[in-house]
Write a protein that binds this ligand. Structure first.
Ligand code: ADP
Length: 268
């Protein structure tokens, strides 16, 4: 088999994309999609002249259109390819969610078809000139990850961010993600620990949700020699605003979560 002809196209499409970042998680439900959306918002807010886009490659559970508040929009095709949907002046999104006839439609595809979709997203979307492209992947290390990592590597991937919760079982799976990244030669930018503490909305007291594993993610990062990027609290208001597709960076700017996000994106 000769080289994949899509690779040349992908390189061309991503030539003006400075940072290409994969967002991974070992388990589902740890908040990977939420964290991807929040990082994109924080990056876009940081500087107005910074262009950010998200590729929702979570083929079987695309949730970015809802979290980024553009679920009713549609992608358009022009002479230069598909145009991502605009979330804000300097933030855009491409997701398979836009191509489904109803948000409840299930995508039941086998590996090759999923790979084909990711290849198409990377080679046929008019990404334009971007500072950051964040790629939200499904949980685990399956076909989609391999194809996303392989294609992005060819186009010069910056690295991967791994999202986890503090539980032991989630941390075990993070080790697998780290191993995956090392096998496919994708640099690990670091681990974000999500839902590590709970801030009571009534009395603002902070509680550890999984006290037995407090500090576990930081310790694991040390052992595995990867950067620990920070932790985000579990915040019921954040969950509600995200469900409504609202922008938490402008709506709760002094919250712990937004402060933590700003700290994380400063170093990206
Ligand atoms: P994943 O992509 O890992 O499957 P999601 O991002 O879909 O997980 O998050 C699962 C649920 O947890 C969503 O309802 C989301 O709003 C909620 N969630 C994620 N992170 C937080 C957080 N820090 N505080 C409150 N709720 C959160």
């Amino acid at each position: 088999k000769g080289p994949d002809p899509a690779i040349g196209l992908i390189k061309e499409r991503l030539i003006d994309v400075k940072h290409k970042i994969l967002v991974l998680s070992g388990k589902g439900g740890v908040g990977k999609s939420t964290v991807t959306a929040l990082l994109s918002r924080a990056l876009a807010h940081g500087k107005n002249d910074r262009n950010v886009a998200v590729l929702d490659a979570d083929i079987c559970g695309p949730s970015q259109p809802k979290v980024l508040g553009v679920a009713d929009e549609q992608v358009h095709q022009s002479g230069s390819g598909w145009s991502p949907v605009s979330v804000d002046d300097n933030l855009s999104l491409m997701s398979i969610g836009f191509l489904l006839s109803s948000p409840d439609d299930a995508v039941i595809w086998r590996g090759p078809k999923k790979n084909g979709m990711i290849r198409q997203f990377l080679s046929e979307v008019d990404w334009g000139s971007l500072d950051y492209l964040l790629v939200d992947t499904p949980p685990g290390t399956s076909d989609e990850h391999l194809s996303a990592a392989t294609y992005l590597s060819q186009a010069g991937v910056t690295g991967a961010i791994i999202v986890t919760t503090p539980q032991e079982v989630a941390l075990l799976d993070v080790r697998k993600e780290i191993d995956f990244c090392r096998k496919v030669n994708v640099r690990i930018l670091g681990v974000i620990e999500n839902m590590s503490i709970f801030v009571c909305p009534c009395c603002e007291r902070m509680s550890e949700i999984f006290p037995a594993t407090t500090g576990g993610a930081r310790q694991m990062c040390k052992e595995m020699d990867v950067p620990y990027l920070g932790n985000l609290p579990l915040d019921p208001k954040l969950a509600r605003l995200c469900d409504e597709g609202r922008d938490i960076i402008t709506e709760m700017p002094s919250s712990l979560v937004v402060q933590a996000l700003n700290g994380i994106v400063k170093d990206l």
